[in-house]
Design a protein around this ligand. Structure first.
Ligand SMILES: C[S@@+](CC[C@H](N)C(=O)[O-])C[C@H]1O[C@@H](n2cnc3c(N)ncnc32)[C@H](O)[C@@H]1O
Length: 270
């Protein structure tokens, strides 16, 4: 991970509960204690009610550039309401089919959008995220779903989030996963794919994920049935390793690496 962005926690409310939550967060992330005046840094983490937000620390930048994880409105919610078919490319790419839901490891969770789709389709998903700031935003987004009857249940029953480096997790892990899903940052993402604010900030916080070829190696050693890698539509395959087959999506592609049958005991892989 190659992250050059600096982050401080700002506390600008009189609410003692928020103050305690932010102090705990600073502790967890190894950041200085929250303060009203934060001085020089690239980003500020702060609470807006229950919501953890990341702001660019630049008075010239519009307030709209605040970033938070939200499964209860916006694009993720829209997708949840309008597109829950198992025929969508992401679902087919991880091996979902009628009557079968793989046990999934999302080793590059990011803002959790893909994991949410897959959990909503009925998969158990273990999400891993190594960037502390991205993990904190994601964890808060999941926490705020608790009171939603359907989405809260999806997260509490099917999703687990861990702040960890995926290669280390896989080295220590005895639990089998049918599919390991990887969506690392692509070093040469086109301008249009970086246009989305979330992607630009992700890049600044997470770096280029230049070790993703090694993560693919680890995933191929561990997965029971397949490893699925999301790539930009015209990008080369990750680490130059040819997939078994690919599935095209709107502006991206899923490369699927089937694991030889020796490690997958029951269902056929697709
Ligand atoms: C492009 S984003 C993933 C976006 C995600 N699929 C979504 O739907 O929001 C890549 C994320 O993977 C994380 N990541 C990359 N390599 C990792 C690793 N080896 N272990 C854990 N997290 C990793 C990065 O920190 C970054 O947040």
């Amino acid at each position: 991970m190659d992250c050059s962005a600096t982050v401080s926690i700002r506390f600008d409310s009189d609410d003692e509960g928020i103050k305690t939550d932010l102090a705990r967060l600073a502790d967890q992330l190894g950041l200085p204690a929250p303060a009203r005046e934060t001085g020089d840094c690239d980003y500020l983490l702060t609470m807006n009610g229950e919501r953890l937000e990341l702001h660019r620390n630049d008075p010239k930048v519009s307030r709209k550039t605040r970033l938070y994880v939200d499964f209860l409105s916006g694009p993720s919610y829209y997708r949840y309401v309008n597109n829950r078919t198992i025929r969508q490319p992401l679902a087919r790419a991880v091996g979902i089919r009628q009557g079968y839901r793989p046990i999934l490891l999302d080793a590059t969770a990011g803002f959790g959008e893909d994991s949410f789709v897959l959990a909503a389709l009925g998969c158990s998903v273990t999400m891993l995220e190594r960037s502390p700031i991205i993990w904190a935003l994601l964890e808060n987004g999941i926490k705020r779903c608790r009171s939603h009857p359907e989405i809260g249940a999806i997260f509490s029953r099917r999703v687990r989030l861990s702040r960890t480096e995926a290669r280390q997790f896989l080295a220590d892990c005895k639990q089998p996963f049918d599919t390991i899903y990887l969506d690392p940052m692509y070093p040469h993402r086109t301008k249009s794919s970086l246009n989305r604010q979330n992607m630009r900030v992700l890049r600044e916080l997470a770096g280029d994920d230049s070790d993703s070829g090694l993560l693919l190696d680890a995933a191929l050693t561990h997965a029971r049935k397949r490893v699925t890698v999301k790539r930009p539509a015209r990008a080369e395959s990750l680490g130059g390793v040819e997939p078994s087959f690919s599935i095209a999506a709107r502006s991206s592609r899923y490369d699927i690496y089937l694991i030889p049958q020796s490690r997958s005991e029951d269902d056929p892989p697709f």
